[in-house]
Design a protein around this ligand. Structure first.
Ligand code: ATP
Ligand code: MG
Length: 355
C-alpha cells in the first residue's frame, strides 16, 4: 500500500485544451480521498495521469516513495475502475476475475483463492458462472470492482464507478465500497461529481474547479467552512444562501436587517457576503423575536423536511430548511431569523473565505 503525491500537475492536451491548470494533492496511505467538481474541471484527467494512462505536461506523481512519471500503467501497481467497465463479454465472472491474475502468471491455487475472496467480499458467489450479458448493470459493476480487488494493488483509482446504477443500488454500493476500503486499508482515489457521494465516502475531499484545487478538507470542514464562493455554491443541496452583509457596532446584518451571529475576526471596509446554510435559518410567525419580515414564495415538501423559498430584503430566493411539522403556505407573511452558529463570511472581490 502507498500514499500518492501529486505535485504541480499541469495537463495541456495536444489541441491546446488545458484540462489541469495546477493541482497539488497529498493523499495519505490508507486514505479514501475523493475528488469532487463539476463536469470538465479535470477530475478524470488527473486520475488518468496518476494511473499513467495520460502523460502530464508538467508536474510530478509519486506513488509511495516512487516517482512514477516515466512508468507505464502496468508498473505502477494500481487498479482503476471506470464508469463504463469493459468486462470480457465471452468470459464467465470467475474468469473475468481470474484474468488479470493469470496474466501476472500467479499459481493456480493462488488465483482460485483470490478470486474466491473477492467474490465473497463483493457477494458474487452465486454469479461466478455467468457471462456479463447475464448480469444486471449493478452486478457487472460489482464484478468490475472485484476484478480490481483481486489484484491487491497499492492503490485503487475509481472514476465515477456508480454513475450508471439506480439510486438504491448506488447507495448500497457506496456503503460496500466504504466498508471494503476500510477493511482492506488500501489507498483509494474516488472521483465523482455527486456531492452526496463525496460527503458520505470521503475521509477528505478535494474540490476542483477549472483545473485547480479550490479546497481540501474533511466532509465536515468542506460543509461548514467552504473556502471560496465557488465551494459555497457547489456544496449542499440546496447550497448556502449568499447574503450581502454589513458590520456595524459589532453586529453583522444582512440587507433587510437580518441579524447574523458575527464570526470573530471580521475584516473592515470590505464588501462582504455571508454564506448561510438553509438549516441555519428559520421561518416563524410574523413579528417573532429577532425575526425580520419576509414572505413565503414557495414550499417544497420532501417528506420529513420542507424547503421554503422566501422573499426578504430584496432577495427573492432565500432558502430555509425546516422540519415538515412546521407549515406555512405560499404567499404567507412570516418572520425570518438566523438560528445557527456564525456563518462563513466571504470577501466579494476575492471570493475567498475571510471569517
Ligand atoms: N483527449 C482530450 N483532448 C482535448 N481535451 C480534452 C481531452 N480529454 C478531456 N479534455 C478536456 O479537458 C477538460 C477536463 O476534462 P476531464 O475529462 O478531466 O473532466 P472531468 O472533471 O472528468 O469531467 P466529467 O465530470 O464530465 O467527467 C475538459 O474541458 C475536456 O473537454
Ligand atoms: Mg470525468
Amino acid at each position: 500500500m502507498a500514499g500518492i503525491e501529486v505535485t504541480a500537475l499541469h495537463k495541456r492536451y495536444p489541441d491546446g485544451t488545458v484540462a489541469v491548470e495546477h493541482v497539488d494533492l497529498s493523499i495519505a496511505d490508507g486514505e479514501l480521498f475523493v475528488m469532487l467538481g463539476p463536469s470538465g474541471c479535470g477530475k478524470t484527467t488527473t486520475l488518468r495521469a496518476i494511473a499513467g494512462l495520460e502523460r502530464q505536461t508538467t508536474g510530478d506523481i509519486r506513488i509511495g516513495p516512487t516517482l512514477v512519471n516515466d512508468l507505464p500503467p502496468a508498473e505502477r501497481d494500481i487498479a482503476m475502475v471506470f464508469q463504463f467497465y469493459a468486462l470480457y463479454p465471452h468470459l464467465r465472472t470467475r474468469d473475468n476475475l481470474a484474468f488479470p491474475l493469470r496474466a501476472e502468471g500467479l499459481p493456480k491455487a493462488e488465483v482460485r483463492d483470490r478470486v474466491e475472496e473477492a467474490a465473497r467480499l463483493m457477494r458474487l458467489e452465486p454469479l461466478l458462472n455467468r457471462r456479463p450479458r447475464q448480469l444486471s448493470g449493478g452486478e457487472q459493476q460489482r464484478v468490475a470492482l472485484a476484478r480490481a480487488l483481486v489484484r491487491r494493488p497499492r492503490a485503487f483509482l475509481m472514476d465515477e464507478p456508480l454513475t450508471n446504477l439506480d439510486a438504491e443500488l448506488r447507495a448500497d454500493m457506496r456503503t460496500e465500497i466504504k466498508h471494503l476500503q476500510g477493511q482492506l486499508g488500501t489507498t483509494m482515489v474516488y472521483v465523482t461529481h455527486d456531492q452526496v457521494e463525496a460527503m458520505s465516502l470521503g475521509h477528505r475531499i478535494a474540490i476542483l474547479n477549472k483545473g485547480r484545487v479550490e479546497q481540501i478538507g474533511t466532509p465536515l470542514e468542506v460543509y461548514n467552512r467552504p473556502a471560496s464562493l465557488f465551494c459555497a455554491a457547489f456544496i449542499g443541496s440546496p447550497p448556502m444562501n449568499l447574503i450581502e452583509v454589513e458590520v456595524a457596532d459589532g453586529e453583522l446584518r444582512g440587507q433587510g436587517g437580518l441579524a447574523l451571529t458575527p464570526p470573530p475576526g471580521l475584516p473592515r471596509d470590505r464588501r462582504l457576503v455571508a454564506g448561510v446554510r438553509p438549516e441555519a435559518l428559520e421561518v416563524a410567525e410574523p413579528g417573532a423575536e429577532r425575526s425580520v419580515p419576509a414572505r413565503v414564495v414557495s414550499a417544497e415538501w420532501l417528506g420529513d423536511e420542507v424547503i421554503y423559498v422566501v422573499d426578504h430584503g430584496g432577495q427573492r430566493d432565500v432558502r430555509v430548511r425546516m422540519p415538515s411539522t412546521v407549515r406555512f403556505d405560499a404567499d404567507a407573511k412570516v418572520g425570518l431569523r438566523h438560528t445557527g452558529v456564525a456563518p462563513a463570511v466571504y470577501d466579494v472581490s476575492t471570493e475567498e473565505l475571510v471569517a
